[in-house]
Design a protein. Structure first.
Length: 506
């Protein structure tokens, strides 16, 4: 799914009006009808609503929603913020429509007044400000929304929480409506996918308002949400006549004294992700541990407590380096030598990235199309501070294009950024995956996919998607609080089975 800017969405609105021979008021009616349909399918019929309406088109959506809810038999009332300076034409039309039905359906809220003591069973709908917001709120409107945020009522935002911008994340001290649900028209807003903005959206529901498909298709963007269909297009189904040689040879290098568990997890994940053969390169101190924990893997050693040499053996189809590696001087020197000699893409994670951060000239020596998988702290060490998480993602796009790399910037919506600067936000996964070893599992999965013949950008995209999906399946069984990294590995099989909905043999 594409992610479009506010300006691009407005252009799609206009193209829809033209191609469908409808008015902007009729498009507003479509949006309101879709919102009411969602309400009817998700909330009890005896629900009561207080709909807060501003002077722009978002307020017009809210007024139409009140009219349609009233027509459907719900208890709903519009609270219209005044003074009505420069109201939009469509908003005025919907206000007049509502007043023509029953004047008591509308209450005006004068400046410097607030709505307090709303009974707890009333659902508050925010239709005050829309995607046209381009600066932080201040004055009475900011105080009004702050007062709403203190209410314990269930809150629903129409299209975007008031005070939030679609294309930028709010600063710490910005006032934004705090929703439990956001009914977003046709697309995710990019600000929803970053922690600074996502904390205000609650559950996000994409509401189809019938925007012109050709207009959407022709609109260029570098930002996407990864969906199951995107993965299905790159997923490699197995032939029943295949053997292990068809699924690649993986080398996972890492581990150090006290950190052997990380390389165990990566090795196990590489196997579970489908690699035909997996070898772990570890220091001697981890030999017995790995051979016992993952008997399906082969094991070679280098160094006593720290890896002292990395193999450039061409027999491996993909190499992943970093989990539990440590940053000992002998390991750092060995990694530098390996990268200088490497000619094919590799996966670099964890301490491999920390070693590179200490010697940034190594970035120029990493083979083209390699994959870096930093969490935000590792990214900062590699590429410097950013003002916020969206700025960090933009920096990641710049660095990916600069160094001809793929960057997996880990987070709640992990951003998979390819060497062309495309940014794919992942929508699987949950907070239970914020646990030790989760990133090591991801490294094993991605490296496994590369060995199986996926091109690096697809290996990263699919690896992140299945990693998150397996985490969602694990959370359903173990809870977000109790799940551990090994649970992600154990549920990879169930995650893969979603690519075979008909359960046919393969």
């Amino acid at each position: 799914m594409k992610i479009l800017s506010a300006a691009q969405i407005r252009a799609c609105d206009q193209q829809t009006i033209t191609s469908s021979s409808i008015t902007s008021l009729q498009l507003m009616e479509r949006a309101a009808t879709a919102c009411v349909a969602w309400i009817q399918s998700h909330l009890p019929h005896d629900s009561l609503f207080a709909v807060l309406c501003g002077t722009g088109n978002n307020g017009g959506d809210g007024l139409a929603i009140v009219r349609l809810l009233h027509k459907a038999g719900y208890g709903a009332k519009a609270f219209v913020l005044t003074p009505e300076t420069n109201p939009s034409t469509d908003r005025t039309a919907n206000l007049n429509r509502l007043l023509a039905i029953e004047k008591e359906l509308v209450t005006y809220v004068a400046p410097e007044t607030f709505i307090t003591n709303i009974p707890g069973n009333i659902i508050v709908i925010d239709a005050i400000l829309g995607t046209g917001t381009n600066r932080p709120l201040d004055g009475w409107i900011a105080q009004f929304i702050q007062q709403l945020n203190r209410l314990r009522n269930r809150k629903i935002a129409i299209d975007i929480p008031s005070g939030m911008m679609a294309d930028n994340v709010p600063a710490i001290n910005n006032t934004v409506f705090h929703a439990d649900d956001t009914l977003s028209f046709q697309f995710y807003k990019r600000s929803f996918l970053h922690p600074e903005g996502g904390q205000y959206t609650g559950r996000i529901h994409i509401i189809d308002i019938g925007l012109d498909k050709t207009a959407i298709q022709n609109t260029k963007t570098q930002y996407y949400i990864t969906e199951a269909g995107d993965i299905l297009r790159v997923f490699r189904k197995r032939s029943k006549f295949s053997h292990k040689g068809h699924y690649g040879r993986v080398l996972i290098a890492g581990g150090s004294y006290g950190k052997v568990g990380a390389i165990v997890l990566s090795t196990h994940a590489a196997l579970r992700a489908g690699a035909g053969l997996v070898t772990a390169l570890i220091p001697e101190c981890g030999y017995n541990i790995l051979q016992t924990a993952v008997p399906e893997a082969m094991c070679i050693t280098s160094g006593e407590k720290h890896v002292a040499h990395f193999s450039n053996d061409i027999k491996y189809d993909a190499i992943g380096i970093g989990p539990g590696l440590g940053t000992d001087n002998i390991t750092a020197a060995a990694l530098e030598s390996f990268i200088k000699a490497a000619t094919t893409p590799i996966v670099l994670d964890a301490d491999a990235l920390n070693i590179i951060a200490n010697k940034p000239e190594m970035l120029n020596q990493i083979p083209a199309d390699s994959i870096l998988t930093p969490h935000p702290g590792e990214f900062v060490r590699l590429f410097g501070e950013s003002t916020d998480s969206m700025a960090m993602t933009e920096n990641a796009r710049m660095q990916a294009m600069r160094y001809n790399l793929n960057i997996v910037l880990k987070g709640a919506h992990t951003a998979v950024i390819n060497k062309d600067g495309e940014c794919w936000y992942n929508n699987t996964g949950n907070s239970g995956m914020a646990t030790a070893g989760s990133g090591d599992v991801l490294t094993g999965i991605i490296t496994s996919f590369m060995a199986q013949g996926y091109k690096p950008s697809h290996a990263a995209l699919a690896g992140v998607y299945f990693h998150g999906l397996a985490g969602d399946i694990a959370a359903a069984t173990h809870s977000r609080e109790s799940m551990i990294a090994g649970d992600i590995i154990e549920n990879l099989g169930v995650a893969f089975s979603t690519m075979y909905p008909d359960n046919t043999n393969h």
